[in-house]
Design a protein around this ligand. Sequence first.
Ligand code: BG6
Length: 491
Amino acid sequence: MDSTTLVIFGASGDLTRRKLIPALYNAARKDRLPAGFRLLGMSRSVLPTPEFRADMRQAALGPEAPPDAEWETFAQTVETLRGDPTSADDLGQLDRRLSELERAVGGSANRLFYLATPPHVYPEVIARLGTLGMTDQANGWRRLVIEKPFGSDLPTAQALNQSIHQVLDESQVYRIDHYLGKETVQNVLVFRFANSIFEPLWNRRYIDHVQITVAETVGVEHRGDFYDRVGVLRDMFQNHLMQVLSMVAMEPPSSFDANALRDERSKVLRAVRPIAAQAMLTETVRAQYQGYLQETGVAPDSTTPTYAALRLYIDNWRWQGVPFYLRSGKALPAKTTGVLIQFKSVPHVMFPLPPGRSIRPNALEICLQPDEGMHLVFEVKVPDTMSEMRSVDMDFHYAEAFGPDAIPDAYERLLLDALAGDASLFTRADTIELAWQLVDPIQRAWESAGGLGLTTYPQGAWGPTAADDLLASDGRSWSSSCMEHRHGPSA
Ligand code: BG6
C-alpha cells in the first residue's frame, strides 16, 4: 500500500481547528481519504499529540459530543511535532519522522505540505524544503498547498512565485482560494456549460450588466491589525471576487482539465480593462464602516477601506460594453454572496401599461451563500386582468433539492482535490499575478489619495451612498440579490 501524509505547517493556528480538521474528518467519514493517510501537524507551539487530538475533537464535534468511533479512527491518523518549519534541524527531524511512518506502510510515500504559517515565512519554508531535498519526487509525489494571502501586491506575488518555482514545478503547487472550493461557485460552470439554454444568452447581446456582491455582517473581529494593513481590495477582491468574476465571464473550456479551465479563467482577467488613473474616482468607491477606527489593532487615522465597489469592463467579443459591478464589505446588513445576471429589456413593449409602469427585465440571481440556489425572474400575466403583469421567481434551492447538509465546506473539496492531484480549483501562478495587476493600480491610487474620496457608512447599512451613485450614474441600482428571496414573500 502507498502512504500519503498531509503535513500542516502552522498547525496550532486557527485555520487547522476551524477548517482543516473538520474538513478532513468529514472526508474520512465519507471514506474519501486515500488509503494510508496520515496527518502530521507541525508548529513551534503545537500541542503534544494527545492534547492536540482532544482539542481537535472539540473543534470538529463540539465540546459535548458523545463518543464517536469514526472520530477515534480518524484521530489515530493524527499526530504532531513541535518545531519551527524555517529551521533546517526541525525540518530534518520532520523528514525522519515521516520516513519512519512511511516505512511502516511501504509502497510510494506521498507528501502534501500545507503552508498555514504566517505568510512572511512562506519563502523561507519553501526554500528549506528544497535544500533538504524534501520536494524531490523520487519516492512519491510532493505537493504544496499555500494559503492566502499570496503576496500583498504584484512584486511580492511575483517574488513568491519565483521562490516556489526554484524548488517546485508549477504542477506541484496548489494556491488556495477557498471561494473556488464552494459548491455554488463550481456550479456556475455546470450551470453554464451543462445546459444548452443559457449559454446562447450569456453575452453582450442579451445581458445588460452583471453584479457580484460579497457582503459580510462581521466587522474586522480580532483581526484588526492584519486587516488594517490589507483592506478590502486585497482581502476580498484580488482573490475571491476576481475568481467569481472569471467563472461567470469565462469562455467554455475545451475540456474539464485543470489547465484548460485555468487558461480560460486567466483570459478573463487578462481582458479586464485596467482602470485609468484619472478614472479612479468615478469607477471605484471605497469606504470605512463607522467605528472601524476604534477597533483594536486599527490605526486611529487609518484610511484602510472596509468596503469597495468597482465598475469593470471586460474587453473581449463576448462582453464588450457590459459593466460588471463588484462590491464587498464588512459590517453590512447580511452575510450574502450572489451574482446577478441582469438581462436587457424587451426591445418593444406591445402591452398597454399604466403610467409609470414598465416591464421588469429578466434576471438570473445565483445565490452562492447562504441559502444556496438560483432564481430566474420573469414576467407573468396576473390572472383575471386584461394585461396586468407581475414578476415571479422560479427558484431552485440546494437544501430543498439535496437536503439541508448537502453542501460540504469548501476546504473539504479543496483538500481532497490536492490529495488527488487535481488543481482545477486552485489558482495558477499567472492568474494570481494577473489579479494583482488589476488590483495594484487601484490600491496605489487609493493610498496616494489618503482620505480623499474615502467615505464612511453606518454599521448595518448597505455601504456608502457613493456606491449607489456608481450604479445610479448608469441608470441602475444594486440588487439586494439573494436576500430578498430569502426573507421576502416567496421565501
Ligand atoms: C477570507 C477573508 O478570505 O474570506 C475574510 O480574509 C472573509 O476577511 C472571508 O471574512 C469570507 O469567507 P466566506 O467563506 O465566509 O465568505
